[in-house]
Design a protein around this ligand. Structure first.
Ligand code: HEM
Length: 332
């Protein structure tokens, strides 16, 4: 039997756009992107994450005021081909929301990636401090770690030649403790008043916004050539330490000196260093440049420091734990 001709096939009428019914005006639960397929859950961390954000099918897209939206794809017009109407408050809200979606990037360390994890001390540090996270090796303290480059914008590549930042939040019972450092133990300047000048010098040149995430340009070398105290830091920045293989294979040096006080009231100055269990590994310059081109997300991709899935080994392998460097006794 011959295939029916296209023109002979019955036409299924497209249902008309439903006009808003009275109950459509009733406020509803906060919106989800679109009615999604209910998620049945699962036992991996990722599946539990997804399940937490899944909505029952049939729940409606709403305005920020909870008003059901009947049509999110056509703006209100005066007639089928007429101008769009200012009365379309959903259109105005959707556009206004979109226009403000960009969170301004950090003035420095804009490019970074973070991971959740846990901190566990290897041995009790009761002789140094009474802080709870350092008392019991069996105790887990949740941490959130952000690694970053310094000069590049938020969209720049991971494997550029630059200093790497460590910013760690320890969520302890005594409050959140912030520990910040870089993967180099020295810095360009000895006086904070020069920091804006340093950053203006290393950032892209203002007249052409070039180069991105690189210090290989006049303003930077002009600045450091006139700032002798930056010489030691230049040795580090021009070494392989500035092109680490991954976040998990770089050392870290805390920027602040902490005063730790033990149960007897004895105080000592302490600086914290990160020592990677996998050791310190870098890329070679040619490799780092090629990687930046091929995969700008090379460091953030592995997530090798991401939180463990249930039953998976603790992120000890490759994640640099914090080890307090003992202060020379006598700094009371
Ligand atoms: C005078 C010296 C410095 C000034 C004025 C300064 C200022 C800043 C500012 C404004 C930010 C962005 C913060 C934000 O927007 O969230 C930042 C981020 C950061 N700085 Fe500094 N900084 C200085 C020196 C240092 C040094 C010496 C280190 C480390 C050894 C360091 C490590 C970091 C890190 C790791 C971040 C990223 C924090 C994050 O990931 O949230 N800074 N700094």
């Amino acid at each position: 039997m011959a295939e029916p001709h296209f023109d002979d096939m019955p036409v299924t009428p497209v249902p008309p756009t439903p006009s808003p019914t009275p109950d459509a005006m009733a406020p509803t639960a906060p919106r989800s992107a679109a009615p999604s397929v209910p998620f049945v859950g699962g036992d991996t961390a990722k599946q539990r994450d997804l399940a937490a954000d899944s909505q029952e099918a049939g729940s409606a897209l709403t305005t920020n005021q909870g008003l059901k939206i009947s049509d999110d794809q056509n703006s209100l017009r005066a007639g089928p081909r007429g101008p769009t109407l200012m009365e379309d408050f959903h259109l105005r809200e959707k556009i206004t929301h979109f226009d403000h979606e960009r969170i301004p990037e950090r003035v420095v360390h804009a490019r970074g990636a973070a991971a959740h994890g846990v901190f566990q001390v290897y041995e009790p540090l009761t002789d140094l401090t009474t802080a709870t996270l350092f008392q019991d090796p069996a105790k887990e303290t949740p941490v959130f770690v952000r690694f970053s480059t310094v000069a590049g914008s938020r969209g720049s590549a991971d494997t550029v030649r630059d200093v790497r930042g460590f910013a760690v939040k320890f969520y302890t019972e005594e409050g959140v403790w912030d520990l910040v450092g870089n993967n180099m133990p020295v810095f360009f300047i000895q006086d904070a008043v020069k920091f804006p000048d340093l950053i203006h010098a290393v950032k892209p040149e203002p007249h052409n916004e070039i180069p991105q995430a690189q210090s290989a340009h006049d303003t930077f070398w002009d600045f450091v050539s006139l700032t002798p105290e930056s010489a030691h830091m230049l040795m580090w920045v021009m070494s392989d330490r500035a092109i680490p293989r991954s976040y998990a294979t770089m050392e870290g040096f805390g920027v602040h000196t902490f005063r730790l006080v033990n149960g007897q009231g004895k105080a000592r100055f302490v600086k914290f260093h990160w020592k990677p269990l996998k050791g310190v590994f870098s890329q070679v310059w040619d490799e780092a440049q090629k990687t930046a081109g091929k995969d700008p997300d090379f460091h953030r991709r592995p997530g090798s420091c991401a939180r463990p899935a249930p039953g998976k080994p603790r992120p000890g392998a490759g994640c640099p734990p914090a080890v307090p460097a003992r202060a020379a006794d006598g700094w009371g």
